[in-house]
Design a binder for this molecule. Structure first.
Ligand SMILES: [Fe+2]
Ligand SMILES: [Fe+2]
Length: 265
């Protein structure tokens, strides 16, 4: 199932398939079944549509957020993030089956993948209602790098993807909601509020399974988190942080503040 989603190129089709498989999984689990995890070989890079053109982040044109074009560009960037997130969650499901993990690990990421698929569709709907669509603008090429860098390190994957990248989403989403409130675009506000509420759980799943693995290997979570982020994350951890939502998601301040302080030097 995971590989089928990863190898579907069209965004809407990828999202539909992802939601179908998630519903199938959840129905089986509700009936008390324990589906076999099996094993598969996920592609190093997931299939993607021909458009958007993927550019180096430095070459993606910046637009003023106060303008209509700026708002469309912002939604387009979020749609691109959500599509990557669909693939990231199915990838973590398929990639690490050699590591024995409780069924709850799979339940969590299937749910997260389902929600990302919904988020992608919501962003596409918003773009279309503004007369644009996903693929109309160029997008960030570096999004899959975190997955490639952590292709053989589950703890590294958890540290960088949900606990750094998705946690960053918690920091920036309230500001985006504000922009669309000023523009009085209720469809977008509602969509972003749904995304904001559900993303907290994805970060929490990351923290939960990171701590689970630290416990299994008798490791100090804070120190290991710092080491893994230094090893695999190429960006900077930048304040302001949404400390309240991060705490709700199980990311305490001593996880991120020391890394942010380092980045400034
Ligand atoms: Fe999302
Ligand atoms: Fe997410």
């Amino acid at each position: 199932m995971a590989v089928a989603v990863l190898t579907t190129a069209n965004g809407r089709e990828k999202a539909t398939l992802s939601r179908q498989y998630a519903a199938q999984w959840q129905a089986a689990r509700k009936e008390g079944q324990t589906p076999a995890i099996g094993s598969a070989t996920p592609p190093l890079r997931p299939s993607r549509p021909e458009k958007p053109e993927l550019l180096d982040p430095r070459d993606v044109p910046h637009r003023k957020p106060g303008s209509e074009a700026g708002r469309i560009a912002l939604l387009h960037a979020v749609a691109h993030i959500e599509l990557n997130a669909v693939d990231l969650h199915w990838d973590i499901i398929a990639r690490f089956t050699d590591t024995k993990l409780p069924m709850g690990f799979y339940d969590d990421w299937v749910k997260a993948a389902d929600e990302e698929s919904k988020h992608f569709n919501l962003m596409c709907d918003c773009l279309e209602s503004l007369g644009s669509h996903y693929g109309a603008l160029p997008a960030h090429a570096g999004m899959w790098r975190a997955a490639e860098d952590t292709v053989d390190d589950l703890m590294g994957r958890l540290a960088v993807v949900p606990m750094v990248l998705e946690a960053r989403g918690l920091d920036v989403t309230p500001g985006m909601i504000k922009i669309f409130k000023q523009a009085k675009l209720s469809q977008v506000i509602e969509a972003l509020e749904t995304i904001y509420a559900e993303e907290v759980h994805h970060v929490a799943y990351g923290s939960k399974w990171f701590h689970f693995l630290c416990g299994r290997h008798d490791l100090d979570p804070t120190g290991v988190f710092h080491d893994l982020v230094r090893k695999y994350f190429h960006g900077q951890l930048k304040p302001p942080f949404n400390e309240e939502k991060r705490a709700e998601a199980g990311i305490p301040p001593d996880f991120y503040w020391p890394l942010a302080a380092e980045a400034k030097v």
